[in-house]
Design a protein around this ligand. Sequence first.
Ligand code: V47
Ligand code: SF4
Length: 367
Amino acid sequence: MTRFEEISTLDTALEPVFGKISDGQRLSFEDGLMLERSGDLSAIAMAADCVRERMHGNRAGFISNVHIDYTNICISGCKFCAYWRNGDSDDAYELSPDEAVERVPDDVQEIHLVGGLNPNLSLGYFIELLATLRDNFPKATIKAFTAVEIHELCQRLNLDPETVLKKFKNSGLGMLPGGGAEIFNDDIRRETCPNKASAEDWLDIHRIAHGLGIPSNTTMLYGHIEKPEHRIEHLIRLRDLQDKTGGIVAHIPLPYLHGGNELAKDAHPVDGSLDIRQIAIARLMLDNIPHIKAYWRALGVRLAQVGLRAGADDIDGTVSREDIMHEAGSEAPRGLSLLKLKQIIKGAGLEPYRRNSFHDVIEEVSV
Ligand code: V47
Ligand code: SF4
């Protein structure tokens, strides 16, 4: 009997869905909704853990990385975001390329570089920021600028995304981060983030990036005012993109954090079981996306560790410093050591490996 066949569920509605998972068949929208609505979360988490094991064995990854938020000035004003400031606010900032360099610790494998939609910044600023970081840290992958930032720049300067992405690639861009996807449904976007790139624009920029040999990550922000059907629709649109391009490396379910932002008054209550369910459903629906991250900065260390046994095969990285989740009330530490990351993975019963941005193994490690 395989591990999968040992899973039993009292929810008979899940049986056909589990049959498909066991046979490696793709799940439909209706199957996804069944997973969303079932009362048997532990069976769903176990099924996702089996799929993770089928794809990745007993290993889980981590990376030495840093988050640099180069500006908090933003004209978008998303209702879920506590990070953005008006340009004339006392604590508004823009980092110069040299200031960004100062924030990078030694020996990082990945620089995650994102910011607000700041209309003061020119194309030359972005190119210089990338090139300066690349020249100072030639061994690190620069994972920079969400599709939302690229879209804003293109609209403002009347440029096409392909031209901009080619210039960025030539200046050191190695990969796009997954931010800005939020929830692809137009009604929910209108309520939560009406002033930024649409779902189609976001998907289009990732498609163009993949065509230029720039891989990307993807995200989904859940736990605010969206409904289960919006989440499943979101995952299916990511899966469709991946069928066409194969350029998505990892997906990160992002739990909405209530601190310091306008959306909190309308949002669902915080619920750890939703976090575990979203990791598991991501693993089960996204059969063509290799990696699912349990992002500890947003989930908290303990839930992220549980996520490693509910479908995730990666815990992200040291992070070093990060402002977006911090401003929204994350109580997780602002950075973790490599040793701590290894211990979290080991504690979940998996073997840690240190990876690069593309999830290639750099080092098998023992704790
Ligand atoms: O797009 C904003 C989210 C995202 C809140 O690509 C919030 O490897 C929770 O995309 N509560 C940025 N989330 C973070 C991100 C990311 C993180 C880690 C790894 C990668 C990757 C990407 O943060 C934004 C938005 O969805 N966000 N406000 C909030 N209150
Ligand atoms: Fe601006 Fe990004 Fe925050 Fe939206 S999520 S307000 S685009 S910084």
